[in-house]
Design a protein around this ligand. Structure first.
Ligand SMILES: CC(=O)[C@@H](O)[C@H](O)COP(=O)(O)O
Ligand SMILES: NCC(=O)COP(=O)(O)O
Length: 237
């Protein structure tokens, strides 16, 4: 079974554009779960231009599905995650000024750092995932850090699939097969959408979770949030 985790960063971005509390991210998290989402994802960045650290704290009591917090494990992020204790933390190697996430970890170069951070989170009962490109050495490197899961960075698939290049799925299938064979759970995310999710799911063995935000919120402008969540759930069956 593949769980749908809704990334609500875009709701916070819209709210921040005017100040105030509209739209309300806590209410949105409650609603997406009521509509069938099996998780909520947030990605607090150091400048808090999307979701804020305080939002992450405020969401904890209302997320009764899986709470996934993503980010670069700088000290303030680590302190936040250790305070909130979500279901899962996903480590993403973002530069401070990155527009959005644009690369996976080099799990070989950063092995010692990742091993230390993962051990800290796991000893606090938080499941860990590492954001990686679909490169076999990076999957093996992730395994060596002790992480529970990887999150495959799907931007290249989404872009190429949109151009009609179905072969772009191949490195993702191979990375997932390797992960399955060495006991790593497989999540995926970035630019997944109603157009590409069914094909992606069909070609990725053991896909445990997808986190989707940008497309899901954009599609909801036309189709409605409840309807869009149902459409994702159907495509993920
Ligand atoms: C980790 C990832 O793939 C991103 O898509 C991210 O979680 C989205 O964050 P922003 O909404 O801040 O771009
Ligand atoms: N981990 C990926 C995520 O949470 C959502 O990415 P996107 O759908 O906003 O590109």
């Amino acid at each position: 079974m593949t769980k749908l985790s809704v990334n609500i960063n875009k709701i916070a971005t819209l709210r921040n554009s005017r100040g105030g509390q509209t739209p309300n991210v806590v209410q949105f998290a409650k609603d997406v779960q009521r509509f069938g989402a099996e998780g909520v994802t947030v990605h607090p960045r150091p400048d808090e231009r999307h979701i804020r650290y305080q939002d992450t704290r405020d969401l904890k009591p209302v997320v009764h599905t899986e709470f996934n917090v993503e980010g670069n494990p700088i000290k303030s992020f680590m302190d936040l995650v250790l305070e909130v204790k979500p279901t899962q933390v996903t480590l993403v190697p973002d530069a401070v000024d990155a527009l959005t996430s644009d690369a996976g970890w080099d799990t070989i170069k950063h092995k010692d750092f990742l091993t230390e951070v993962i051990s800290e989170f796991k000893s606090n009962g938080i499941r860990t995932s590492i954001f990686v490109d679909p490169v076999l050495q990076m999957v093996e490197g992730a395994k060596a850090t002790g992480t529970d899961r990887i999150e495959l960075y799907t931007e290249s698939f989404a872009h190429q699939y949109g151009l009609g290049n179905e072969k772009a799925i191949e490195p993702f299938t191979k990375a997932a097969e390797l992960a399955n064979s060495i006991g790593l759970g497989v999540n995926a995310g970035h630019d997944l959408s109603l157009d590409n999710i069914k094909f992606f799911k069909q070609h990725i063995p053991g896909l445990l979770e997808v986190s989707i935000g940008h497309a899901l919120v954009s599609e909801s402008l036309y189709l409605g949030v409840e309807n869009v969540i149902q459409m994702y759930l159907q495509r993920l069956q």
